[in-house]
Design a protein around this ligand. Structure first.
Ligand SMILES: Cc1cc2nc3c(=O)[nH]c(=O)nc-3n(C[C@H](O)[C@H](O)[C@H](O)COP(=O)(O)OP(=O)(O)OC[C@H]3O[C@@H](n4cnc5c(N)ncnc54)[C@H](O)[C@@H]3O)c2cc1C
Length: 562
C-alpha cells in the first residue's frame, strides 16, 4: 500500500496561516547618547561638554545589540550561592553569569565607580552621571556594587589611615572578581551592611555588636557579632557596616578576607528571592566575630555612613531616570513601527498624548538628576552644598516613586508583547520599585527632608533661591511656590503632610529647571499638566494645545529607523 500522502497545492497554501507584519523590532544598534537630545543638552549645560566625544562612543556601545544582550543574560542566569564546597569547607561563594562580569568590567574600566574622585574637575560628576545613565539603561542590577563602591569614598575619607591603604584599590579601574584577599588585588569593590531584621530604616535599633580587639577607637580593629538582613553584592571585597559599641552605633570597614589570608567570619546564609534586580545578589548574612576597623568617630555611625548613603541616593535618582528613559525609548520605538486602526500608533492622537506625557516625565527626571550632578561638582559653593543636602532626598523620593507607574504605562504602549518576558519591559517594571525602597524608602526620605529643614534652615533658602531663578516664567509655578512657602512654615501635622510637601517641592524644582533649560513646548506642557491640572492621575491626560508630535520627535531614539 502506498502510504505517502502527496501535498497538494491547496494544503501548502492553507498551511501558510499568516505573514508576520506590522510587528515591531528590537530597539538596538542605536546611539544611546547622540540620539538622546535632552541628555546631550544636560551634559553641556551642567558643565561636561568636554565629555561629549567619550559619551558618544560609550552610547554607541551601550546601544548596540550585543551589549544590550548582556543585560538580558545577566538577568536570565541569576547568581547562585554555594555556602560550602564539596569537601564541607565554608566558602560563601556567589557565582554570576559572564554577562554580569562583563557589565561590571565595563563600568569599572569607565570609572563609574570612581571618576569624580580620581579625576576631579568641573563636570566630573555630570560626566559620570551621564555614563551611569547610559549603562543603567542596559542593566540596572550590576549598578548596586558599582554605586556602593563609588559612594564608599566619602565615608572612607573620615578615616585617613584606612583611606591611604584602601583608596587606591577602591578607585582603580581594574575589575578583579576573584575570591582572594585584597592584598592580591589591584581593584576592589565595596558593599554596605546596615539593615537588620528588627530595625530596617530605624538603624539605631541595630543589635550587631562590635568588640575592640585592642585599645579600640577610630581606625582600630574590632570583632563584630550579629546578623544583617540585607547585604547586597556579597562578593564585594569589603563592606561598610553599622554595629554597636559602648558609645553607640558606629561605622566599620569589614573585609571578606582577613589580613592573615584567612576567610573573615562573615557568613552568607542565603540569597534573597527578589521580584526584580535579579542580576544582583542580595543576601542575609551573619557576622561571627568578623574582623573590622572603625571608620570615623565612635558612636557617630549614622552620621559617618550617611556620607555614603547620600551618594547612593543620588545614584538612585540617576538609576530611576535611566529606567524611565529606557521605558519611554522602548515605547516610542514600538509606536513608531506599529500601526492600529489605520495609523502608525505614534500618530494616533490619544497615543501621542500618552507618549508625550511619559516623555515629559522622563525628561523632568533627567533634568533634575543632572542638576544635582552639577551640585555635587560644586560642593565647595555653600549654596550647592545645601542643595545636595536637601535635594538628594527630595529627588530620590520623587523620581524613584514616579518610575514604577511610568514603566507600566510604557509597557501598555507596547501592548501584549510588552508583558512578555522576552521583551525588556518586565525587567524594567520589576526593577522600578527597588530604588524607591532601598537607601531610605519614600516616607523616610520625606522625613529626612523635614529633618534637613529643621536642622539646617538654610537648605530651604537655597532651595527657593534655585526655584526662583525661573520666577515670572510661568504663573502656575509662581503660585505653587507661594503656597509651598506658606505650607512649609505651618508646623502642625507636618509629618502627616510630608509627602504632599515634598511632592510639591519636587514639582516646583523640576518645573523651574525645565522653564529655564528645556524648549518652551516641553516646559509649558509640564507646567500645564503637573501644576495646573488637578485630579488627573493617569498618563495621557495632557491638556489641549500641547504639541505632542514635537515632544515625541525630541524624545524618540533611533530616529533613523523610525
Ligand atoms: C533589593 C534590596 C537590596 C538591599 N540591599 C541592602 C544592602 O546592601 N545593605 C543594606 O544595609 N540594606 C539593604 N537593603 C535594605 C533596605 O535598605 C531596606 O529594606 C530599607 O531601608 C527599608 O527597611 P525595611 O525593609 O526594614 O523597612 P522598614 O524600615 O520596616 O519600613 C517599612 C515602611 O515603613 C516606612 N517607615 C519607616 N519609618 C517610618 C516613619 N517614621 N514614619 C512613616 N513611615 C515610616 C518606610 O518608608 C517603609 O515604607 C536592601 C533592600 C532591598 C529591597
Amino acid at each position: 500500500m502506498n502510504t505517502r500522502i502527496e501535498a497538494t497545492p491547496a494544503s501548502i497554501y492553507l498551511a501558510e496561516t499568516h505573514q508576520v507584519e506590522n510587528l515591531s523590532n528590537d530597539l538596538a544598534d542605536y546611539s544611546m547618547y547622540s540620539q538622546d537630545t535632552a541628555l546631550g543638552e544636560a551634559v553641556k549645560r551642567e558643565g561636561a561638554a568636554w565629555a561629549q566625544g567619550e559619551l558618544s562612543a560609550f552610547g554607541e556601545m551601550t546601544g548596540s545589540a550585543d551589549y544590550l544582550e548582556l543585560g538580558r543574560l545577566a538577568n536570565k542566569f541569576i547568581p547562585e550561592l554555594d555556602s560550602h564546597d564539596r569537601f564541607g569547607n565554608r566558602i560563601d561563594l556567589v557565582s554570576f553569569h559572564p554577562a554580569y562580569h562583563q557589565l561590571m568590567k565595563t563600568a569599572i574600566e569607565h570609572g563609574l565607580h570612581s571618576s569624580p574622585w580620581t579625576e576631579p574637575r568641573a563636570g566630573a560628576h555630570v560626566a559620570r552621571a551621564a555614563r551611569n545613565y547610559l549603562h543603567t539603561q542596559v542593566e540596572a542590577g550590576h549598578g548596586c556594587p558599582i554605586t556602593m563602591t563609588f559612594a564608599a569614598m566619602p565615608t572612607l575619607r573620615l578615616q585617613p589611615d584606612l583611606l591611604g591603604v584602601w583608596a587606591p584599590m577602591v578607585t582603580a579601574r581594574v575589575y578583579d572578581p576573584r575570591n582572594v584577599p585584597i592584598e592580591q588585588k589591584q581593584g576592589i569593590t565595596i558593599g554596605m551592611a546596615m539593615t537588620e531584621k528588627q530595625g530596617g530604616s530605624d538603624v539605631r535599633s541595630n543589635s550587631t555588636r562590635a568588640y575592640p580587639v585592642g585599645i579600640g577607637g577610630p581606625g582600630q580593629a574590632y570583632e563584630l557579632v550579629g546578623h544583617k538582613y540585607f547585604v547586597s553584592a556579597p562578593m564585594c571585597d569589603a563592606f561598610l557596616v553599622l554595629a554597636q559599641t559602648s558609645a553607640g552605633l558606629s561605622c566599620f570597614l569589614l573585609p571578606r578576607w582577613r589580613p592573615d589570608g584567612t576567610k573573615n567570619a562573615m557568613q552568607v546564609l542565603r540569597l534573597k528571592k527578589k521580584m526584580g534586580n535579579a542580576s544582583n545578589a542580595s543576601s542575609e548574612t551573619e557576622l561571627r566575630g568578623a574582623l573590622a576597623w572603625m571608620v570615623g568617630e565612635e558612636g557617630r555611625g549614622v552620621r559617618n555612613i550617611i556620607e555614603m548613603v547620600s551618594m547612593t541616593r543620588f545614584d538612585c535618582m540617576i538609576g530611576s531616570s535611566a529606567g524611565m528613559r529606557m521605558a519611554i525609548s522602548q515605547a516610542l520605538h514600538h509606536c513608531s513601527v506599529r500601526s492600529a486602526f489605520g495609523k502608525v500608533l505614534n500618530q494616533q492622537p490619544l497615543m501621542q498624548n500618552v507618549l508625550a506625557d511619559l516623555a515629559l516625565e522622563s525628561e523632568a527626571a533627567l533634568t533634575l538628576s543632572m542638576r544635582m550632578a552639577r551640585a555635587l561638582d560644586q560642593r565647595s559653593d555653600e549654596q550647592e552644598d545645601l542643595l545636595v543636602r536637601l535635594v538628594t532626598a527630595v529627588g530620590k523620593y520623587w523620581i524613584c516613586k514616579r518610575t514604577p507607574n511610568h514603566a507600566y504605562e510604557a509597557m501598555e504602549c507596547i501592548g501584549g508583547s510588552g508583558v512578555m518576558e522576552d521583551s525588556m519591559m518586565p525587567r524594567l517594571y520589576r526593577e522600578a520599585p527597588v530604588n524607591t525602597i532601598w537607601e531610605g524608602s519614600g516616607n523616610v526620605q520625606c522625613l529626612d527632608v523635614l529633618r534637613a529643614i529643621s536642622k539646617t534652615p538654610a537648605v530651604i533658602d537655597a532651595f527657593f533661591a534655585e526655584v526662583a531663578l525661573s520666577k515670572g516664567g510661568n504663573p502656575a509655578l509662581d503660585q505653587l511656590v507661594t503656597g509651598l512657602v506658606k505650607d512649609l512654615k505651618e508646623v502642625r501635622d507636618v509629618e502627616y503632610r510630608a509627602r504632599d510637601l515634598v511632592d510639591r517641592m519636587a514639582l516646583a524644582l523640576q518645573a523651574s529647571l525645565l522653564i529655564r533649560h528645556a524648549p518652551a513646548l516641553v516646559s509649558d506642557a509640564f507646567c500645564q499638566s503637573r501644576l495646573q491640572q488637578t485630579g488627573h492621575h493617569n498618563y495621557g491626560t495632557l491638556p489641549r494645545g500641547v504639541d505632542c508630535a514635537a515632544i515625541l520627535a525630541r524624545a524618540t531614539p533611533n530616529k533613523t529607523h523610525a
